[in-house]
Design a protein around this ligand. Structure first.
Ligand code: MRU
Length: 349
């Protein structure tokens, strides 16, 4: 998608050098920084410390991490231990384990001499596939938006609420929750997006607004707690969010706060859709609340907020008393009964 009028992906390989490049998302929207990831160790750090984040992008980044591990040591032992190491970076997004397993399964049957090249090719393929999957999610999801627009029949924009960042920065390109928005907008459907800030790391405020701004989609930033109020006033036509892991039975795990939005949507008869690639569906799990591991992150994200001073300097400020206890569960589970449908690359379920 566009940044200052130029097309970018969130991860790519430089044509000449073959270097794997990422956008270091820790500093957005204030600083647009592109860095190389050069080793399996560095890939694990980039995922764990959220230089890259968002389930599909975590998966593709891990695939490149496996490829780097194979450049370092293509043995069977390293195929297993690098996978274990990368899987330890973050627990909730299933796309990480999915990508590692796909690399391992494919490389098992390849000789050690061929693994370095084969693993890079497979990681490139997974990156390309992600883009195509999101394009298809966009096509299916745009129909929902277009139907709402036709039903409104007054020409007013379709008002969509989204949570966290399930945009192109969370995937290789186009995003999951944002793909239908971009597609419908390209089909000339007027849209306005409510972007909630998504404490504690503020991916909505920092990343989703930045994406939509650079790609000319009208949007308004709201605090996390404003969603229910807007729904009661008839100012939300539709919610679309992403997912980090969805059970075979349709329980959806996503960024903390998603569940509250789904409850409010149900209470106000507003359709609540989840856009996700089928690699985010964990076929082994039946009950999201008891079975999906929820990442607990450090207290600093809760006790502090990152921002920009007037002179451009980035700073962290403390928002609570010294020494306060803080708890930071990063995801929650929205039970299937609150979800109108799953928008996948294969259609709406
Ligand atoms: O902690 P993050 O920023 O990795 O969490 C991201 C989300 O929860 C997204 O909504 C989810 O990964 C879907 S991304 C297409």
């Amino acid at each position: 998608m566009l940044v200052n009028g130029r097309n970018y992906k969130s991860i790519w390989r430089e044509e000449d050098s073959g270097a794997v490049k990422i956008i270091d998302q820790r500093w957005l929207p204030h600083k647009f920084s592109i860095v190389n990831i050069t080793s399996c160790q560095e890939t694990m750090t980039a995922i764990r410390d959220m230089w890259v984040r968002g389930a599909p992008l975590i998966g593709v980044t891990a695939a490149y991490g496996m490829a780097m591990a194979m450049q370092e040591d293509a043995s069977d032992e390293n195929l297993i231990s690098a996978g274990k190491f990368l899987n330890s970076a973050r627990p909730t997004a299933i796309n990480l384990a999915w990508a590692v397993e796909r690399m391992q399964e494919n490389l098992k049957g390849t000789s050690e001499e061929m693994r370095a090249g084969a693993s890079l090719e497979l990681a490139d393929l997974m990156a390309e596939e992600d883009i195509e999957i999101n394009r298809r999610i966009g096509e299916h999801g745009a129909k929902i938006i277009e139907d709402i627009f036709l039903r409104k029949s007054n020409g007013d924009p379709v008002r969509i609420l989204t949570h966290c960042n399930a945009g192109w920065l969370a995937t290789v390109d186009r995003g999951t929750a944002t793909a239908p928005i971009y597609e419908a907008s390209e089909n000339k459907v007027p849209i306005e997006v409510w972007v909630d800030e998504t404490r504690p790391r503020n991916q909505g405020a920092a990343l989703t607004t930045w994406e939509l701004m650079h790609n000319q989609i009208p949007h308004t930033l709201i605090v996390d707690n404003a969603g229910g109020h807007l729904m009661q006033r008839g100012l939300v036509d539709l919610c679309i969010v992403g997912s980090d892991r969805t059970t075979s039975t349709g329980d959806v795990c996503n960024k903390i706060g998603t569940y509250l939005k789904a409850l409010a949507a149900k209470d106000n008869n507003i359709p609540f859709y989840v856009a996700l690639p089928s690699s985010t569906i964990d076929e082994n799990l039946n009950d999201g609340i008891s079975e999906i591991p929820i990442e607990n992150r450090g207290p600093h994200e809760v006790t502090h907020i990152q921002g920009k001073k007037e002179n451009g300097e980035l700073i962290d400020v403390q928002i609570c008393p010294d020494g306060v206890e803080a708890s930071n569960p990063a995801f929650d589970v929205t039970p299937k009964r609150l979800v109108t449908g799953l928008i996948t690359e294969n259609g709406i379920k």
